[in-house]
Design a protein around this ligand. Structure first.
Ligand SMILES: [Zn+2]
Length: 362
């Protein structure tokens, strides 16, 4: 049986272990220890992701959550307030991702305790999700058999199933003009800032349509008040859940840069539109959505299919041929010092997870 007291304790224990991106060693050791105690076959791949297998009957399923947290996420002091767990207000809570980890651990614990039969489980706890998706990108996929799975990492209740996510390109510009004294001989200069503003005023930014967005989030340039600026950089991004729209935007940005460049033939404009990850979109009749929906309905919860605007490890799994959905873990206001988890929602997610991984109940 899923036990509320136990899952709360697990979460509290785990959030007290600092684990900013890139510093997952201690949390990995703790989580691996708990998995071994449950009878899992734990290994670390060459990127120090945890891959843990539990044998069982039927179709293997991947369960995933990441191990790392964002800042400020050190010396977290969790507190229970009513039906919520919060931090002391000076740090994040770290329930993103540790509610997800606690949910998976509690579900397996419960099945083991009840001597139930599992489906074959491949539990992946990945590093560096928050900073770069580095763990998922470098995961040892050769040891993963599952072709579908569930990621417990959504900022919502468990009945919210995230079924799509945008593809993502960075959109970075480096403009090099020519510096000159702004008072003595400005005509000898080429202002990189002026060029950057020409580019920015031509770009379509913000919400382009329902599934497409664009942003410039950072501008830097110039060196002094009295110098024509030689350098300017702008960093931004393009996202769309529709790959063809994303490619169209890429083409438009390239065209704008070409047009601006023709106005300033002596300037250099470097444009970096590297693809960081691809998007995914599952059809509503996908078997994992069907499975999750049936279980939610049996729990008297109404499944809600949600389109996500963000990227996560799930995008990388899809690229590698593992079709995952992401479900909510009862965590809210994540990546802020106001982050909290609603205890009954986390418990509900653990019940859902338990039903997903049990082979001997319908
Ligand atoms: Zn997360």
């Amino acid at each position: 049986m899923i036990k509320q007291k136990r899952i709360i304790q697990t979460l509290i224990d785990l959030v007290k272990i600092d684990s900013p991106s890139g510093e997952e060693k201690l949390i990995s050791q703790e989580v691996a220890k708990r998995l071994k105690k449950l009878g899992g076959k734990v290994k670390f791949d060459s990127y120090s992701n945890i891959i843990c297998k539990f044998p069982g009957n039927g179709d293997p399923i991947l369960l995933n959550c990441h191990l790392d947290t964002v800042e400020p996420g050190r010396n977290i002091l969790p507190q229970i307030k009513g039906d919520r767990i919060v931090s002391d207000g000076t740090t994040i809570l770290g329930a993103d991702p540790k509610a997800g980890i606690s949910i998976i651990l509690e579900a397996i614990t419960s099945v083991k305790e009840d001597r139930g039969v599992l489906v074959p489980l491949e539990v992946v706890f990945s590093r560096e999700e928050e900073s770069s998706l580095g763990g998922a990108i470098n995961l040892d996929y050769s040891s993963i058999k599952a072709k579908h799975g569930i990621v417990f990492d959504g900022d919502a209740e468990v009945h919210n199933i995230f079924v799509s996510s945008p593809g993502y390109r960075r959109m970075d510009f480096t403009v090099t003009g020519r510096s000159a004294h702004a008072g003595v001989e400005p005509e000898k200069g080429i202002s990189a800032i002026e060029i950057a503003t020409k580019i920015i005023s031509s770009l379509k930014l913000g919400r382009i349509d329902e599934e497409t967005t664009a942003n410039i989030g950072l501008i830097e340039g110039g060196s002094a008040r009295n110098a024509v600026p030689e350098k300017a950089t702008m960093k931004g991004e393009l996202r769309s859940r529709d790959q063809s729209k994303l490619l169209k935007m890429v083409g438009e940005v390239q065209q704008i840069v070409g047009e601006v460049k023709s106005l300033y033939p002596e300037a250099i404009i470097d444009l970096d539109l590297t693809e960081e990850f691809q998007g995914f979109k599952l059809k509503p009749d996908h078997k994992t959505i069907q499975l999750a929906s049936e279980i939610l309905s049996s729990m008297s919860l109404k499944p809600v299919l949600v389109d996500s605007g963000g990227g996560s490890d799930a995008n990388i799994f899809h690229q590698k041929g593992i079709e995952v959905i992401v479900v909510g873990t009862g965590v809210w206001e994540l990546h802020t010092t106001r982050e909290y988890v609603v205890i009954p929602q986390m418990v509900e997610a653990a019940r859902f997870c338990e039903k997903i991984i049990r082979a001997d109940i319908d």
